[in-house]
Design a protein around this ligand. Structure first.
Ligand code: GLN
Length: 320
């Protein structure tokens, strides 16, 4: 590493330590409460992690603590669908328009008869429906092996969360059956929902999310294994919808203030990507009313400002 690079790394690491100390005491927001497994997590867990496309890691706090990936899975599944079916076919089912509605809104685009975008539940369920396989076993295998490529290890599912999601997921069921009635998804709704609940229940750490982010920021090659995880051209589309729709109905404010592609989940994770540079992640289960991690938002606002990360910042020093 050159001296300049080393100095920048040290500065970034120090800043992460400082922000972890500063926002650790911030106790605004509550963990998601729609299932007991999420309501019962320790609300004060807090981690900040980053990984460059060269594979250098930074981590502060509970970077090895596992939590469920939840909606961050939507981004990875979108990549899988694009890679399997191509853009045109995917766009027939799911558009790319931000909604300004809650992630679980029961809303479809009536004119085009599609789910609005892949980052809200309707679109995500339609994307999960596109997972190929003769039976549920084969479809689960597709998703499992996708996770394995990103994580560099076999994924673990939190079975209690999975069971609870299944038991309480009637709103998602309503969305899926509405899409079935409109011909947006195939007639295997319960199976697809089960797969959707499973993809949300995969356990990850902040370190894992930073690796996933670094892989996408590296246009699909894992800095950990050196292997291609997702097609190069697909990462462009993943990054675009992450920027426009990744933070629920906070996406506009996020794009304005932070300005890099990101995806959050109600498990408390936020995954952010700086294309060509690396991935960053925060974990803190205290959520705001929209469903984004309160401490995570503060950390990324600060990091973006201090390091001029915003993609349209004229002084952005990070481009290659
Ligand atoms: N499993 C949750 C759901 O489908 C995921 C939501 C989320 O992270 N926003 O409602």
């Amino acid at each position: 590493m050159t001296d300049e690079r080393e100095a920048r790394r040290a500065w970034f690491e120090q800043t992460c330590v400082e922000l972890h100390q500063r926002f650790g005491p911030l106790d605004a927001g509550e963990p998601a409460s729609y299932i007991p497994e999420l309501a019962d997590v320790d609300p004060d867990r807090f981690a900040i992690a980053a990984m460059t496309i060269q594979g250098e890691r930074i981590g502060v706090g509970d970077v090895d603590h596992e939590f469920t990936i939840q909606s961050i899975s939507k981004l990875l599944m979108y990549g899988l669908a694009l890679e399997t079916h191509g853009r045109e076919r995917v766009l027939e089912h799911v558009g790319v328009a931000p909604t300004g509605e809650a992630f679980n809104a029961i809303e479809l685009d009536d004119e085009t008869n599609r789910a609005p975008n892949p980052m809200v539940n309707a679109g995500a369920i339609a994307i999960t429906d596109l997972v190929v396989g003769a039976d549920v076993g084969e479809r689960v295998e597709q998703v499992r092996s996708m996770y394995e490529r990103y994580l560099g290890r076999k994924p673990t599912i939190d079975h209690d969360v999975w069971a609870s999601e299944r038991q309480t997921g009637n709103r998602n069921r309503a969305i899926a059956y509405l899409m079935l009635s409109r011909g947006i998804v195939e007639d295997r709704v319960e199976e697809t929902l089960d797969l959707y609940f499973a993809q949300c229940s995969v356990l990850v750490t902040a370190d894992d999310l930073a690796l996933i982010g670094a892989t996408i920021a590296n246009h699909g090659i894992s800095p950990l294994t050196g292997e291609r995880v997702v097609a190069r051209e697909v990462t462009r589309d993943m990054l675009t919808v992450a920027l426009t729709c990744g933070m629920y109905d906070y996406a506009g404010e996020w794009a304005f203030s932070v300005g890099i592609p990101a995806k959050s989940g109600v498990g408390g994770g936020i995954l952010a990507m700086l294309p060509g540079v690396g991935g960053m992640a925060t974990f803190s289960p205290r959520l705001d009313d929209i469903g984004n991690s309160v401490r995570g938002l503060r950390v990324f606002e600060e990091l973006s400002q201090r390091f001029d990360m915003h993609l349209f910042d004229p002084d952005r020093p990070w481009r290659r």
